[in-house]
Design a protein around this ligand. Structure first.
Ligand SMILES: Nc1nc2c(ncn2[C@@H]2O[C@H](COP(=O)(O)OP(=O)(O)OP(=O)(O)O)[C@@H](O)[C@H]2O)c(=O)[nH]1
Ligand SMILES: [Mg+2]
Length: 240
């Protein structure tokens, strides 16, 4: 049995999943792959099975925060030593996940997060320039994260993760907000776990629809800032 599981939150991603699953299989042949199918109304579940993944079905659409916690919960309940997460839309490279998992395996950190906004190791600074509402959101978020975490964190909404067993119970708890990745980083920091931001490249989504456009993107920005404000408030109360 493999000690590594990779999960993919997916909602109506039949178009993109085959390439994502085939790439994972080629790059990480020993990893167990789980697709968290969140009430998709297309062929997501069937396509996932055809391409060798196990499907955990949530029935109706419960939203990404629940999808993510479900993936980590599954890894925790099944006793995996390492867990990866990639998106279903083809934005993340399996080779990058493999690199992140190697760092975690080597004990360099408890959690490795793929980042568009940090540089080094041949990755140019400013290679991604978010536009419009995302640009505002990214800038606000970066300032807020620095305050809350007490360290810079450039790409707090990345969905590319590799984690070890120590991080699994922290990530498997239900998220209270629409910004699960941000909440996850705060929790990991509170738990004293070592989180590393690792430069990667990310492609634009391969096909289908983004679930984060227009008003929804704005809502995410505001919930993120509200989450951070609440976390600070709670932290200051804890300190008395
Ligand atoms: N389980 C679950 N997964 C979801 C839900 N909404 C989105 N996802 C998945 O979460 C991942 C990220 O969603 P995207 O729409 O790509 O969001 P994004 O990457 O921030 O936005 P883009 O840059 O436009 O791609 C993808 O794998 C989606 O299929 C949901 O309601 N439930
Ligand atoms: Mg995407």
């Amino acid at each position: 049995m493999s000690d590594t599981v990779v999960f993919i939150p997916a909602w109506n991603e039949e178009e993109n999943l085959p390439a994502v699953l085939d790439e994972l299989k080629a790059e990480l042949p020993d990893a167990h792959v789980v697709v968290v199918d969140d009430g998709s109304t297309d062929g997501t579940a069937a396509v996932a099975r055809e391409h060798g993944a196990e499907v955990v079905s949530l029935g109706s659409n419960r939203g990404l925060p629940i999808g993510i916690a479900t993936g980590y919960r599954w890894a925790f309940d099944h006793g995996y030593a390492f867990c990866g997460r990639v998106d279903a839309d083809g934005q993340h490279r399996a080779a990058d996940l493999s690199r992140l998992l190697a760092l975690v395996r080597a004990g360099a950190c408890d959690v490795a997060v793929g980042s568009r906004f940090v540089s080094g190791d041949g990755y140019e600074p400013y290679r991604y320039r978010p536009e419009g509402v995302r640009r505002l959101g990214t800038a606000l978020l970066r300032r807020a994260m620095r305050r809350v975490l007490g360290r810079p964190f450039a790409d707090a909404t990345s969905g590319l993760y590799a984690v070890n067993a120590a991080a699994l119970p922290v990530l498997a708890k239900q998220f209270a907000t629409e910004a699960p990745e941000v909440e996850a980083l705060i929790r990991l920091s509170d738990a004293g776990l070592r989180v590393e931001e690792v430069p990667v490249d990310m492609a634009p989504r391969a096909g289908g629809e983004s679930k984060l456009r227009g008003r929804k993107a704005l809502k995410v920005v505001f919930t993120v800032v509200a989450t951070l404000a609440a976390a600070r408030f709670l932290a200051s109360r804890r300190q008395g």
